[in-house]
Design a protein around this ligand. Sequence first.
Ligand code: SF4
Ligand code: SF4
Length: 210
Amino acid sequence: MLNTVKEGWTTFKSIFTGMGVTMRHLFGPSVTLQYPDEKMELPKGARAKLYVNIDDCIGCNLCARACPVNCIDIETVAATSDVDLGKTSTGNPKRFWLTRFNIDMAKCMYCDLCVYPCPTDCIYMVPEYEYSEFDRSGLVYHFSNLKPEMVAEVKEKAEKEAAEKKRQKEEMMRKKAEEKKRKELEKQKLEANKSIKEDDSSSKPENNDS
Ligand code: SF4
Ligand code: SF4
């Protein structure tokens, strides 16, 4: 009998408590967002999606080297001497064409480690989280703004300039080696002449007038 009363009281208490919570929220402000019509604002510093301001990128590769899962893929080509790529908004000189700058967000683990080493602060997280895709390849973001023809052109120019620089360096090395050899031969010749003179002077009979 006592148990039945206790159980009845517990049941009544539970219902009363539950209904109390319901009534409290029924007349309070709604906390449910009608997504996707309504969206929650992400807190400051939230890591949702990477973005690269390619105009400020100097192609230093520090972000790619910091990434623990290798999801940043950068290819750079040195600008030839006839081209001035200008400076970034932070004043850093740009010396490389960014022929490829891809980030695979399917691999990214949102650690932010790529963001900290960037010297121009041009890679950062943006509060955009609605970017699901049916195909994983759609999660590879391409940030390079160079057209394929331009990429081919800058590569060709860079290769030509590199080959010319190599040729000039080899030529300089060859000339230096020749100069060194010539100096050595001259030195040997001088030494040989010197020893002949010394031999001659030692073989002459002494002039004893007394
Ligand atoms: S957030 Fe982390 S995992 Fe993602 S690209 Fe940057 S370093 Fe790599
Ligand atoms: S660290 Fe910054 S400047 Fe360097 S390659 Fe990455 S995004 Fe570009």
